[in-house]
Design a protein around this ligand. Structure first.
Ligand SMILES: Nc1ncnc2c1ncn2[C@@H]1O[C@H](COP(=O)(O)OP(=O)(O)OP(=O)(O)O)[C@@H](O)[C@H]1O
Length: 356
């Protein structure tokens, strides 16, 4: 128990000030995060930001330049030492499933269970197949399964030896959007059922929101925020995080009076009244938070494009100053390219300029 009466539980995974390099090039810098036993963390970020490098460092496939990684309170890697990957009790699921094509599903699962007695092994395989809903597929070969089924086998194979931590690198990226999101939900359920902690790399924010208790957003090799899905979405730490967790537009602004900002898209009220008149701010407005109709804060903008998407439509507008922005609006809004429409923003997110 600490001073506040909250028991301070030792995190399962603790990464502290981690730095990784390829040659002289720094690809991860000052990365720190804690993952508690049973928690699922999702790492989000654009291609090349360093997500896979981070997973590889945790798994033991990537040397670390600075900082440390601990599992269950024991350092498994720091600047001077590294525990061999096979001794870390960490399971890994890759994007390409990596199933052995010449082995049946049951034999694939048996691969990680070579230390067990035959009966125990058979029981564990049955349990795992049940868990992933493939009870009758033990004798099938990988090529006889759909992509989603293959990924479930890969998950079962990684969970079979009861790893302390499971790492998944873009596990669903070979699947179509609908299946990807459904599997993200299933994986969450399976990890919960087995009490397995996991870190999942993805570039699909919806997948991350569905699967994760915590979301980590990486831009340019730095972990900018490590927080609940609600906080990462509702209060992104930087404009870079905002861009990764939602579609929207970044506008330059200037505080005219505390609580009121002038931008290229007119004036907008902000909750933060601590910023003084004259201060420069960046305003991020989500595409879904742009509203049409006459209002004392609205500005006339020109419709450039309209793309019907079904439930909504994606519009591109030209602001009076010349730049373009995107908005997600009701497809029933009756305007055509070339026409003007009144637009204003709601729920602006305010940042100090250049807070990437
Ligand atoms: N073996 C390597 N040698 C040199 N540079 C590398 C190597 N592997 C990755 N990189 C570089 O390190 C950076 C981070 O790569 P990493 O694979 O971790 O990114 P990522 O976020 O997982 O990307 P993606 O989403 O495309 O898989 C990239 O700029 C990449 O080009």
């Amino acid at each position: 128990m600490n001073f506040f009466g909250i028991s301070s539980v030792q995190p399962l995974l603790q990464i502290s000030e981690l730095e990784c390099r390829y040659g002289d090039r720094v690809v991860l810098e000052s990365v720190s995060l804690d993952l508690q036993e049973g928690e699922i963390g999702c790492l989000l970020g654009a291609s090349g930001c360093g997500k896979t490098t981070l997973l590889h460092a945790i798994a033991g496939f990537q040397p670390i330049y600075r900082g440390s990684i601990s599992l269950g309170g024991k350092v498994i890697a720091d600047t001077g030492s590294a525990l061999a990957p096979e001794k870390r009790q960490i399971g890994v699921v890759f994007q390409d499933y990596a199933l052995f094509p010449h082995l049946s599903v049951a034999q694939n699962l048996a691969f990680g269970l070579r230390g067990l007695a035959r009966d125990e092994r058979r029981a564990r395989i049955g349990e795992m197949l049940d868990l992933v809903g493939l009870r009758d597929y033990g004798d099938h070969y990988p090529h006889q399964l759909s992509g989603g089924q293959q990924q479930r086998v890969a998950l079962a194979r990684s969970l079979a030896p009861k790893p302390r931590l499971l790492l998944m690198d873009e596990p669903f990226s070979n699947l179509d959007t609908e299946l990807r999101r459904r599997l993200a939900g299933e994986v969450r359920h399976i990890l919960r059922e087995t009490g397995t902690s996991a870190l999942i790399v993805t570039h699909d924010r919806n997948e991350a929101f569905i699967a994760g208790d915590l979301i980590g957003v990486i831009t340019d090799g730095r972990l900018r925020q490590w927080d609940t899905p609600e906080m990462v979405y509702g209060a992104p730490a930087t404009t870079g995080v905002a861009r990764i967790v939602s579609d929207g537009n970044l506008l330059r602004g200037k505080v005219i009076q505390p609580g009121l900002v002038d931008t290229e898209l007119g004036q907008v009220e902000i909750e933060d009244t601590a910023r003084p008149a004259g201060a420069r701010v960046d305003i991020f407005v989500r595409s879904a938070d742009l509203v049409t109709g006459e209002h004392h804060r609205s500005v006339a903008v020109q419709v450039l494009e309209k793309h019907f998407l079904g439930d909504d439509a994606l519009y591109r507008f030209r602001l009076p100053g010349g730049r373009t922005i995107e908005a997600s609006l009701d497809p029933q809004v009756n305007v055509a390219p070339g026409q003007d429409i009144f637009l204003r923003m709601e729920r602006p997110l305010v940042f100090t300029p250049d807070a990437y």
